[in-house]
Unconditional design. Structure first.
Length: 159
């Protein structure tokens, strides 16, 4: 963050600083995710649901991390409910929902209608349905790991 502040306080970005300047967006999103995560880490996290059980819960998306692996990009979603319980979901796509669209450009055509994708972002409160895959502990925090995560609704958008 300090390096970025030095770069952007100058009138000209020198060619050696281009790499850092392009990382500004990702650095900003990472910092905002850390701030969002710290809001909920003060509360004690407990396991939610039973393994192989389907649950529907309202969660706040604290952080979405892109992990580049052997089979492409995997998105790791770190989420918290209002009680401070931590949920983690790994998916090949970001959490999204198809909603009806008015026109056809850049949209999905399905069952005779046009739809567009709606993606929640860090800080948004959403309602999801998922299956509990496992309960684990990471750095002393109890996590409920989810699978088959489906976005039902975006309850509240972050500012």
């Amino acid at each position: 963050m300090y390096s970025l502040s030095v770069i952007f306080n100058n009138n000209v970005i020198d060619r050696r600083a281009h790499g850092l300047a392009t990382a500004a967006v990702f650095t900003y999103k990472n910092e905002m995710g850390e701030i969002e995560k710290k809001k909920y880490e003060k509360k004690t996290s407990n396991y939610v649901g039973n393994i192989k059980e389907s649950i529907t819960v309202d969660v706040n998306i604290a952080k979405i991390i892109e992990l580049d692996g052997k089979w492409g990009i995997t998105y790791m979603h770190i989420m918290f409910d209002d009680d401070g319980n931590q949920f983690v979901w790994f998916g090949s796509t970001q959490l999204n929902k198809l909603i009806p669209a008015e026109w056809e450009n850049h949209h999905v055509f399905k069952k005779g209608k046009y739809y567009r994708y709606d993606w929640p972002d860090q800080g948004d409160k959403v309602n999801i349905t998922a299956t509990v895959k496992q309960h684990k502990e990471y750095n002393g925090t109890k996590q409920t790991v989810l699978t088959r995560c489906k976005l039902n609704d975006i309850i509240e958008r972050a500012e």
